[in-house]
Write a protein that binds this ligand. Structure first.
Ligand code: CMC
Length: 433
């Protein structure tokens, strides 16, 4: 995939020799020094822990301006997509770089419906997990196992990307709902083709033989919005994990499974669960905000305020703003009074007015309010990150596809600076004191 190479170059002088390094520019003006030939030219690598300063690829999928709080998928503003689209429309957009027309959308919907079931033998897997098994671990195992049941999808997943993507997007929803039903000991509810993507998921989660689930349009709309907001976010930790595994030639299932595992961590997708646990702890502590603020600032305490801060955003996360509004609206419609919302609002105000947080540009991110909506929808805390994964899946697939189709792709293989022991003489066991 081509970047735009500028006439301008950067010069680097090492050991008295000056090297000219090309400068490349993206379509929105983001510039990078092209160091792809640096090691060969100079014998030096670049040292960049956490890849804070490194662009790992060129991409056409998502644009993010962290200073201005701008997010676009395939050129469309997140605000428009979240308020005017269906999640499956956005999934199509991410995969095809175009919004579907009616016929394309209907065809995609039909594919999703026809792949909603999982092989019955896989259903038995759920019986073997202990009752309190984490739904994230179940999800990653089940997605990896799809390779054994639908191997044709791994042979050439790019040949028919709609088929591949719809299978994964549809089946992951069924797997997520089944893992919840198993964890609470209720009978599984199979997918229903007469329901929308989100309605179907909610029905599989909450319908029981003794109490039919009434699919409420407002609840479906809120879930639809949340999934769109999560659908892609350029080269974040889980997406990079998907690309990394895929760069070694790994199949799509194993790459997505790696993405799920990366997402699980509390600094990434696991933050939505961590936020609720933190707000509950503050609630139990008689709303002693000061204690948690002090812990967050203490260099010797690993505690962080979950739901604040972002690697790229230096201002409000635009997704957080949309979620906060959606949260107010949904809680009003459902008449839910959640004490954690008041705690969240207070905490946000304290953080935004505290110079320590202000100087570090720490604003609420997408995970800060999403958990409160999930609670209102009846989704249990340990399923929050699974919800994130459902939303992120189309983005992961689109990024994987882009990486595999890009002739510039190389296996992801960073270098290191070795700081261990110098060469040592080996001692046989008998001679070691
Ligand atoms: N609470 C307290 N201090 C923080 C926080 C926080 N949530 N986030 C960053 N800081 C401080 C950090 O201690 C450091 O301070 P100092 O300069 O004195 O050492 C400074 O801000 C910069 O932090 P960093 O760790 O270098 O920043 P990063 O870009 O590596 O980390 C982050 C980004 C998202 C991992 C981090 O902000 C964080 O841990 N946030 C809490 C977890 C969270 O909400 N994650 C969800 C992110 S959004 C959705 C997603 O990606 O899944």
């Amino acid at each position: 995939m081509s970047d735009i190479s500028l006439e301008q170059t950067a010069t680097l002088t090492i050991d008295g020799v000056t090297h000219n390094l090309p400068i490349v520019e993206g379509i929105e003006g983001d510039r990078a020094i092209d160091v792809r030939d640096l090691l060969r030219q100079t014998g030096y690598t670049v040292f960049d822990t956490g890849y804070k300063n490194s662009a790992s690829c060129c991409s056409t999928i998502t644009y993010l301006d962290g200073a201005k709080g701008v997010l676009r998928y395939r050129g469309y503003a997140i605000e428009d997509l979240a308020s005017k689209c269906l999640f499956i429309e956005v999934a199509y957009l991410l995969l095809h770089n175009k919004l579907p027309n009616r016929v394309e959308l209907e065809n995609f919907r039909t594919l999703l419906e026809s792949h909603a079931l999982i092989h019955e033998d896989m259903v038995h897997f759920f019986d073997k997990f202990p009752p309190n098994a984490s739904p994230m671990s179940i999800l990653s195992v089940m997605v990896n196992s799809l390779h054994n049941f639908y191997p044709e999808m791994s042979a050439d997943p790019l040949e028919n990307i709609d088929m591949t993507a719809s299978r994964l997007i549809s089946k992951i929803r069924t797997i997520a709902a089944f893992s919840y039903k198993k964890s609470i000991g209720q009978p599984l509810v199979y997918p229903r083709n007469d329901l929308s993507y989100c309605g179907n998921f909610l029905n599989m989660m909450f319908h029981t033989p003794v109490r039919p689930y009434l699919v409420q349009p407002e609840v479906v709309a809120a879930l639809n919005k949340l999934l769109i907001l999560h659908a892609d976010h350029e080269q974040n930790c889980s997406t990079s994990a998907v690309r990394l595994v895929g760069s070694a030639g790994g199949n799509l299932y194993s790459s997505i499974s790696a993405g799920i595992n990366a997402l699980w961590g509390p600094l990434h997708g696991g933050a939505n669960e961590a936020v609720i646990l933190m707000l509950e702890a503050i609630h139990k502590d008689n709303n002693d905000y000061k204690k948690y603020i002090a812990k967050a600032k203490d260099k010797n305490d690993p505690f962080r305020l979950s739901g604040f801060g972002h690697r790229v955003y230096r201002t409000y996360d635009p997704r957080g703003t949309i979620i906060k509004d959606a949260c107010d609206e949904l809680l009003g419609i459902l008449n839910v009074k959640d004490p954690l919302l008041a705690i969240a609002l207070n905490l946000e105000e304290i953080v935004l007015n505290d110079p320590w947080f202000v100087s570090r540009n720490l604003y609420p991110n997408i995970d800060f309010y999403s958990g409160i909506i999930y609670r209102a929808l009846g989704i249990p805390t340990n399923m929050f990150t699974v919800m994130f994964a459902l939303g992120r899946l189309p983005g992961w697939i689109a990024q994987w596809k882009e990486m595999r189709e890009d002739p510039e792709t190389k296996i992801y293989r960073p270098r290191q600076i070795y700081i261990g022991s110098p060469a040592r003489k080996f001692m046989p066991l008998a001679e070691r004191s």
